[in-house]
Ligand binder design. Structure first.
Ligand SMILES: CC(C)(COP(=O)(O)OP(=O)(O)OC[C@H]1O[C@@H](n2cnc3c(N)ncnc32)[C@H](O)[C@@H]1OP(=O)(O)O)[C@@H](O)C(=O)NCCC(=O)NCCS
Length: 170
């Protein structure tokens, strides 16, 4: 929700510099962190952006999906886009990202989405592969001020017949 903006930004700022350093040089990553680690207000209002939280309310992870292609208002029938996933580094590899993904997949399927796409950061490629995504092609994500980062376009069918593939219990 919009009122989660500060907490989501704090989570993104804790997660991205640490976990993305596994795949990017500091010189390439540092300039992109500022645009990447601000909570996206449109996502917070979308109704399809989720958080995982501890019993005391601390955010452990976030992520969601939209019909709009990131950075555009373009919509293709049946296609959903995964958006702005992050897990707190202290909670990495404990199933938080997978749990948020499962919620995305269930809600998107119920809304008629048949295929998910994501612009995967290179450090997150194995995560999405574990969720059943295939790598399609290398891409470059552009940010303002001429900043860019290499990434991977990944896709996964999520129709009824694909309900269980790549989504085994954590
Ligand atoms: C990508 C990210 C969200 C994954 O979150 P997570 O909560 O650690 O993921 P999970 O624990 O649910 O992992 C599920 C499975 O994905 C795979 N996986 C996740 N992270 C992995 C890694 N770093 N290396 C190899 N496999 C990985 C594993 O198969 C894992 O299952 P296992 O731990 O039982 O082997 C997290 O690493 C992150 O926040 N990265 C920084 C931000 C980012 O790159 N976001 C994606 C933007 S496109």
């Amino acid at each position: 929700m919009p009122e989660d903006s500060a907490a989501v930004t704090a989570l993104l700022q804790a997660s991205y510099p640490v976990l993305m350093a596994a795949a990017y040089d500091e010189a390439d990553l540092a300039p992109a962190l500022d645009p990447m680690t601000k909570a996206n207000e449109r996502l917070l209002r979308s109704g399809t952006y989720y958080v995982a939280q501890a019993g005391n309310g601390t955010l452990l992870g976030c992520g969601g999906w939209t019909r709009e292609r990131p950075g555009t208002s373009s919509v293709e029938p049946g296609v959903g886009h995964l958006r702005h996933f992050a897990t707190h580094p202290g909670w990495a590899r404990r199933g938080v990202g997978r749990a948020i993904y499962r919620r995305c997949e269930a809600d998107a399927r119920a809304a008629g989405i048949e295929e998910f796409e994501c612009y995967a950061s290179l450090n997150a490629q194995k995560f999405y592969a574990a969720l059943g995504f295939d790598s399609v092609r290398s891409i470059v994500i552009d940010f303002p001020l001429g900043i860019s980062l290499p990434a991977m376009l990944m896709r996964r069918p999520i129709g009824e017949q694909n309900r269980d593939s790549g989504n085994a219990p954590a």
